[in-house]
Design a protein around this ligand. Structure first.
Ligand code: PMT
Length: 381
């Protein structure tokens, strides 16, 4: 068995040694059927949106687990805009994280019970239906709820949204592999929008305690293994024709662009969207090759490029020890999307405004992506 004391897990050894989660077959079938259905409609594009954080359970009868930060806002919001742009959407999301449409009425920010009013029965008893109290949406909320409800019903009636849940990082990796195998047959019509926050470390099966870890020993030491970077086989083997967008989250803004370039250079996919933890709702940066239609092969020399600290001095850039030194910065370009640009009149939205009057950064992101994805498709014709 591969573990931290021997070799790190490769993607291959991971899937050879870690058991598939319960329900994988049923979920995979649903995703496969969804892809096949929309593959038959030639004009339809399909996007996989991953959303929310993955967990790492410390016990198999799980009481405690480690979690990755993500409420699922980015994924759920983006899924709505992809639907409004005519995409069929597979929404692969963390159990209980935010979901398209219902996210507008999350229990903490906008509890749905607050929208409702009770209508008491009228005293004249000519109609039997008026003898019971009824519930309606209060008038002041109807205007904002209506377009959300309509878009939700549209997605239900047209069967363009499929939601599939994951919880652990193991669930996520198996489901991602499986859906990618189905989506590969879409060739360039498939887009991968990987917004989920995936654990970097995990406990292989043999290290997970069966029962609740007892606290009477005082301290708890954990030695975790590194999760293999599945983006690499995803780009280079599982779906070489798919349009692939990954995200890079940082808290130090200075690292955002160098680390996004490093990810792009390492994996060879089309686009990294960099976002700073505190500014992620107001601005993001697209990092991509200057020639948008070129897909790289990934640079073996950049193995591990995302982990070491990046030092931007000229001296360091010459060093073989610094992975960013190997990146030809001229090859890449950055495009910032900022909500502030809208206020200044330098950017346009798809619909002019978000549904509840507030413009959301995801609307700008999806508008840009739809254009790029179409160019990727057209380039093959
Ligand atoms: O949901 P919100 O609260 O709105 O927050 C949204 C977000 C900030 C979480 C989102 O915008 C975001 O940035 N998501 C990616 C977070 C991140 O940095 O993920 P990562 O470092 O675990 O992975 C980076 C990329 O590598 C990801 O696209 C992932 O698909 C990929 N990866 C990660 C781990 C792994 N083992 N294999 C991978 O291929």
């Amino acid at each position: 068995m591969t573990s931290s004391s021997s070799q790190p897990f490769s993607t291959e050894s991971y899937f050879q040694t870690q058991k598939p989660p319960a329900g994988l077959k049923e979920k995979s079938e649903k995703m496969h059927n969804f892809v096949e259905k929309w593959k038959a409609v030639k004009s339809k594009k399909v996007v996989l949106v991953t959303s929310g954080g993955t967990t790492v359970p410390l016990e198999s009868n799980t009481v405690r687990f480690l979690d990755n930060f993500s409420a699922g806002t980015r994924g759920a919001t983006s899924a709505e805009y992809f639907l409004s742009q005519g995409y069929a959407v597979i929404f692969l999301h963390r159990l209980h994280s935010l979901r398209p449409f219902s996210r507008h009425y999350s229990h903490s920010l906008n509890p749905f019970l607050d929208l409702l009013s009770v209508v008491q029965p009228t005293t004249s008893s000519s109609s039997s239906s008026s003898t019971e109290p009824s519930i309606i949406v209060s008038k002041e909320y109807t205007k904002s709820l209506l377009p959300i409800l309509q878009a939700y019903h549209d997605s239900q009636n047209s069967e363009t949204l499929l939601s599939i849940e994951f919880q652990t990082v193991n669930d996520y990796l198996w489901l991602l592999k499986s859906v990618t195998a189905s989506m590969a047959s879409l060739s360039r019509r498939g887009m991968f929008y990987l917004a989920a926050a995936v654990s970097d470390f995990f406990l292989p099966e043999e290290k997970v305690a069966e029962h609740k870890i007892q606290s009477n020993k005082g301290t708890l030491s954990l030695e975790m293994d590194q999760v293999p970077k599945v983006l690499k086989p995803l780009v280079q083997e599982w779906t070489p024709e798919g349009y692939i967008v990954s995200f890079k989250l940082e808290t130090d803004e200075a690292l955002l662009i160098p680390k996004s370039r490093a990810a792009l250079s390492r994996y060879g996919h089309q686009l990294v969207i960099g976002n700073d933890l505190h500014r992620r709702k107001y601005e993001v940066v697209f990092v991509e090759r200057r020639n948008l239609l070129q897909k790289g092969k990934g640079d073996e020399r950049l193995k591990g490029a995302e982990t070491p600290p990046i030092i931007e001095s000229d001296e360091e850039n010459k060093s073989e020890l610094n992975p960013t030194a190997l990146i030809d910065k001229e090859e890449y370009k950055e495009t910032w999307l900022r909500l502030d640009d809208l206020k200044n009149g330098t950017a346009e939205t798809v619909n002019g405004k978000g549904r509840d009057g507030e413009v959301e950064i995801e609307e700008l992101i999806i508008k840009e992506l739809v254009d790029r994805h179409q160019r990727w498709i057209d380039a093959k014709m």
